[in-house]
Write a protein of this length. Structure first.
Length: 449
């Protein structure tokens, strides 16, 4: 409820219903004063609305409580307005069915709330709600109607304005019964079929896109975009979840309205009366909405199948991609094995080349000292004897042998020392000094928390 007030009251004059007078109130106190000081007319209609569908009704809690006390209305008036001020909630999908109260003094009260789809343009739908309260004195035939609208300038409001602006020529109570209930039915229920068809077309499109998506996944192509439509599909599924409950609640109201109208119709002498007309209308809408419940259930199953197929398609695509990655890893490992094999062959060739170099080096180291000594001493160690026609070796030849051996030992020792030092340096570079060994899971001293 809200301190901002926008209440319209339509009232008949005198004991007949010919033309209705409209009075608008912008203050709660003026509204309650009018209701309190004005005698009850034959027909009174109170229309209360909110500025939009998610704002509270434009009437204060005290003013609504005054109406309840003034006309001795039960708690159903509060139940009727409890969901206004917010969008229709899924938790309240089963609420709002008609309640009927009969009192010993001939007062009959009925209240119901419709939750229904309203289009806002091509492909745009939203859920709205409207509350109807009707109190009738079956003895004096005085009627009080209270209509609650979520938003202003609703279809129901416009129909009430049109009804109030006309001259009715002594409208009978049975015809006001028919006309005002009929206004509620036509304003709130005519959009259901189109809305369900809209949802069915959306789900059919999602189903077709999903088949294309799965076909693309099976053939490793990028056809289909159902994986990108998951948010839309889930949104459609959420919209469908509470529709069967809302439709069954509406059907329950229509069933009771038909029963009440038939009961009143049977008590009339004139069989061409408004009660019979409303019973026929309620039956029509009941037959109109009953197939939609089954249709919504079928659409829900199709959405479920669509989501299952998308899950299968995504799983297949993920498996295919993982297999592709695995095959690429196998190819990479094979390439690495080939590269390691070639490196091993190259290492073997280098090892053979190093062995050859070492042999040549050793021979050269042995030969060079002798060559050096031979060059130094030269001809002084040998002489040709003409008498014996042979070579004569000098008595100092031992100097050549000793000098050659000493120089060879020094050269080889220096080479081996240099080679050993290079090997030690290379090992220190390849295997750097390690820190203290870490405790492992096998160490008995380690305490595991």
């Amino acid at each position: 409820m809200n301190d901002t007030v926008n209440i319209s009251v339509y009232e008949s004059e005198g004991s007949t219903v010919d033309k209705l007078t409209k009075t608008e109130f912008r203050e709660n106190s003026l509204f309650t004063q009018h209701i309190d000081t004005t005698s009850s007319p034959q027909l009174r209609i109170i229309s209360i609305h909110s500025l939009n569908s998610i704002l509270p009704l434009q009437i204060s809690k005290e003013a609504l409580g005054f109406l309840q006390n003034k006309f001795n209305i039960g708690p159903e008036l509060w139940d009727l307005t409890s969901t206004f001020g917010d969008k229709p909630l899924s938790a309240a999908a089963g609420e709002g069915a008609m309640r009927v109260q009969h009192s010993h003094n001939g007062i009959r009260e009925m209240s119901y709330r419709f939750t229904f789809p309203v289009t806002g343009g091509p492909g745009r739908w939203t859920m709205r709600q409207a509350g109807i309260f009707h109190r009738q004195d079956t003895k004096s035939l005085q009627s009080l109607w209270i209509f609650f609208h979520a938003g202003k300038n609703t279809a129901l409001q416009k129909e009430l304005e049109a009804f109030a602006s006309k001259s009715h020529g002594n409208l009978a109570s049975d015809m006001s019964w028919f006309t005002l209930h009929q206004i509620a039915l036509t304003s709130c229920l005519d959009g259901w079929r189109s809305y369900v068809e809209h949802l069915g077309n959306k789900v059919d499109k999602y189903f077709g896109d999903t088949l294309t998506f799965i076909d693309g996944s099976m053939n490793n192509t990028t056809k289909g975009h159902s994986d990108g439509n998951l948010a839309d599909i889930h949104d459609t599924r959420d919209r469908l979840l509470d529709l069967p409950s809302r439709l069954r609640t509406t059907l329950d109201t229509l069933e009771k309205l038909e029963t009440l109208s038939n009961a009143s119709h049977s008590q009339q002498k004139n069989k061409e009366n408004g009660f019979g007309k409303l019973a026929t209308s309620a039956l029509y809408y009941k037959e109109h909405l009953e197939p939609l419940v089954k249709g919504v259930e079928i659409i829900k199953e199709k959405v479920k199948d669509t989501l299952n197929m998308i899950e299968i398609g995504l799983s297949f695509r993920m498996t295919s991609k993982m297999l592709d990655v695995n095959n690429r890893m196998v190819d990479l490992n094979q390439s690495m094995l080939e590269a390691n094999k070639q490196l091993l062959q190259l290492g073997n060739k280098n090892f053979d080349d190093n062995a050859t170099v070492k042999i040549v080096t050793l021979v050269t180291l042995i030969y060079l000292p002798a060559s050096l000594v031979s060059s130094v001493l030269g001809m002084n160690l040998f002489d040709f004897d003409d008498d014996t026609e042979g070579f004569k070796i000098s008595n100092k030849f031992w100097i050549f042998i000793v000098a050659t051996l000493i120089l060879a030992v020094i050269t080889l020792s220096g080479w081996f020392l240099w080679s050993h030092k290079e090997g030690m340096t290379r090992r220190r570079f390849i295997y750097p000094k390690q820190g203290a060994p870490r405790a492992t899971e096998q160490d008995p001293e380690v305490d595991h928390d």
